[in-house]
Write a protein of this length. Structure first.
Length: 373
């Protein structure tokens, strides 16, 4: 049933993009339940660039946001932190499903807190999807010390978790995380084998230069553990000149390589930057962002932004205004065109090509956002 709903929603999105229309009210919500995190990965701009407050969304704010949502189709409870750190996360999931039973609810995690007790809580609820972000290959020897960071790693940015090392290229994968994921996938897949409801668990991987071997091994890792799908995403390096991403042709090669490996291993692989010809045509060859027709981002204080990458661009607040008042404001409508909004200049996070490929110039505008979470 979830798959049928997804196909139906994707079809409607393609039609909206083709006709350059946005919905009357958004049905897809990303809610920033917390910005606290147990890690401090070197690539993450939440403290260095975004300077987000390390706080949880309060019950009062959550209740206000939930009361404003109108027939949501999907809610992702993830901001610039680790959602499993919020003490009321599961209460929030229960509340959303109680009010909107058909809504798909999910979140993204770094996997470090997926101990058996946490897994039991997740699988006892109607969670639709869980994304697990990993970019680093699993450490192979459980008794070995974690790998040392490269010499140019920022020394003042240690992980806050158990292993005091910098995760230069993304979310670290020590043996405990591998054990957590094996248990999580085994329990989830056992539920599915019995015909009981079970969430889709995706492995999410950010692409880095010269990572062909890493990407292929992560695809194998996902297939071996029993993930339902793999999602590869683009690194946003605006505001972080010390980090690099693959050149456009290398990115296309990495996605093709990952897709071929995934096909051989029998696991679906997707990328928002390579949806295929239909959505490329629907987005008018990257002239329309595929995010802005049906989606809002809500921060811990109830502020509404047009995108997870524009967290600081407040267009209203759901503690004080209705969803319609925010969504139908002239300022919000401006984000959908005509033309590219100045705040979106240089962004290609949800595009097929890189910004400079379609505009002839590199995207180096000031940024109040960071990588896709």
């Amino acid at each position: 049933m979830d798959r049928i709903r997804r196909i139906y929603r994707d079809g409607r999105k393609l039609a909206r993009l083709a006709l350059k229309k946005r919905v009357d009210l958004p049905r897809e919500f990303q809610i920033e339940v917390t910005n606290r995190c147990n890690l401090d990965c070197d690539m993450c701009p939440r403290l260095t660039l975004l300077k987000v407050p390390e706080v949880d969304m309060t019950q009062e704010t959550f209740d206000a946001v939930l009361g404003r949502m109108d027939a949501p189709e999907s809610v992702t409870l993830t901001g610039w932190g680790e959602p499993l750190m919020h003490p009321r996360l599961f209460e929030y999931i229960d509340a959303i499903k109680a009010k909107h039973p058909d809504c798909a609810v999910g979140f993204t995690t770094n996997g470090h807190l997926l101990a058996p007790g946490m897994v039991k809580k997740i699988l006892s609820r109607p969670v639709s999807r869980v994304n697990v972000s990993l970019e680093e290959l699993p450490w192979e020897n459980a008794l070995a010390a974690p790998p040392e960071p490269p010499e140019d790693a920022r020394r003042g940015n240690p992980m806050k978790g158990g292993d005091n090392r910098v995760a230069r290229d993304g979310h670290p994968t020590p043996p405990k995380v591998v054990d957590h994921l094996k248990h999580f996938l085994a329990e989830r897949n056992a539920l599915a084998a019995r015909g009981e409801p079970a969430p889709e668990i995706r492995l999410q991987v950010v692409l880095f230069p010269d990572s062909a071997e890493t990407v292929q091994r992560l695809v194998d890792f996902g297939a071996d553990l029993g993930f339902q799908a793999i999602n590869v995403v683009r690194l946003d390096v605006r505001g972080r000149p010390d980090l690099t991403r693959p050149e456009p042709e290398e990115e296309r090669q990495l996605i093709a390589l990952a897709r071929a490996r995934a096909k051989a291993r029998g696991i679906p692989l997707g990328s928002v930057n390579d949806h295929g010809w239909a959505l490329r045509l629907g987005s008018h060859n990257d002239r329309f962002c595929m995010r802005l027709d049906n989606y809002v981002y809500v921060d811990v204080a109830g502020n509404v932004a047009p995108c997870c990458l524009l967290r600081g661009h407040h267009l209203g607040n759901l503690r004080e205004q209705t969803l319609g008042e925010v969504w139908n404001s002239a300022e919000f409508k401006r984000f959908y065109g005509p033309g590219i909004h100045p705040a979106c200049e240089g962004c290609d996070a949800f595009m097929h090509g890189y910004h400079h490929e379609t505009t002839g110039k590199a995207g180096t505008s000031p940024v109040t956002q960071g990588s896709v979470s």
